[in-house]
Ligand binder design. Structure first.
Ligand SMILES: Cc1cc2nc3c(=O)[nH]c(=O)nc-3n(C[C@H](O)[C@H](O)[C@H](O)COP(=O)(O)O)c2cc1C
Length: 163
């Protein structure tokens, strides 16, 4: 089972560190989604722009990926929560990828208000087999979701998807 972890991370911190861990534990390739037009450096301005985009279902143009999702049987899709849903760049990725016959494993990071990002990814993964998603709550010092919960989820992926 060939696995690719695809994620977006505005800061290059929370979702990136979670995605790296998952890729390492699943022995998977990894790719960060990047928008063609960067978001403002000012966090408040990025949050405001993100609000308009997330609420309108805007799909920003993203840079071409260096891994072709078509080459993989299993794709873990990771997003920070943006206004209770996935980041717009991840919506672009979901809309431009053919998931038929693949297994999709959604995960999100959030700061206490997870909203419905995981279920929104599931809805966009047309034709995929869906594995249960994981919500990683992040605080100032990193992930605060109990380690046991994360380990159980990863063990289940290994047992039920990759075995
Ligand atoms: C535009 C924007 C919207 C956000 N909306 C939410 C939200 O709805 N719920 C929440 O818990 N956190 C929200 N956050 C916080 C991020 O989800 C959280 O900090 C995440 O871990 C950041 O991931 P990153 O470091 O990979 O960019 C938002 C952040 C941004 C920039």
């Amino acid at each position: 089972m060939k696995t690719l972890v695809v994620y977006y991370s505005l800061s290059g911190k929370d979702t990136e560190s979670v995605a790296s861990r998952i890729a390492k534990e699943l022995n998977a390739d990894i790719e960060r989604i990047d928008t063609v037009t960067p978001y403002p450096d000012n966090y408040e301005a990025a949050v405001e722009q993100g609000k308009k985009e997330a609420e309108s279902g805007f799909c920003p143009e993203i840079k071409p990926l260096s891994h072709d999702p078509a080459d993989y049987d299993c794709i873990a899709v990771g997003t920070p929560t943006w206004w209770y849903t996935m980041a717009p760049a991840v919506l672009t990725f979901m809309r431009q990828t053919d998931f038929k016959g693949k297994t999709v494993i959604p995960f999100q990071t959030h700061a206490g208000q997870p909203g419905h990002a995981v279920s929104d990814i599931r809805k966009e993964a047309k034709g995929a087999m869906l594995f249960s998603g994981m919500r990683f709550e992040v605080g100032k010092l990193g992930v605060i979701t109990p380690e046991k919960e994360i380990q159980d989820w990863i063990a289940d992926i290994k047992k039920e998807v990759l075995a």
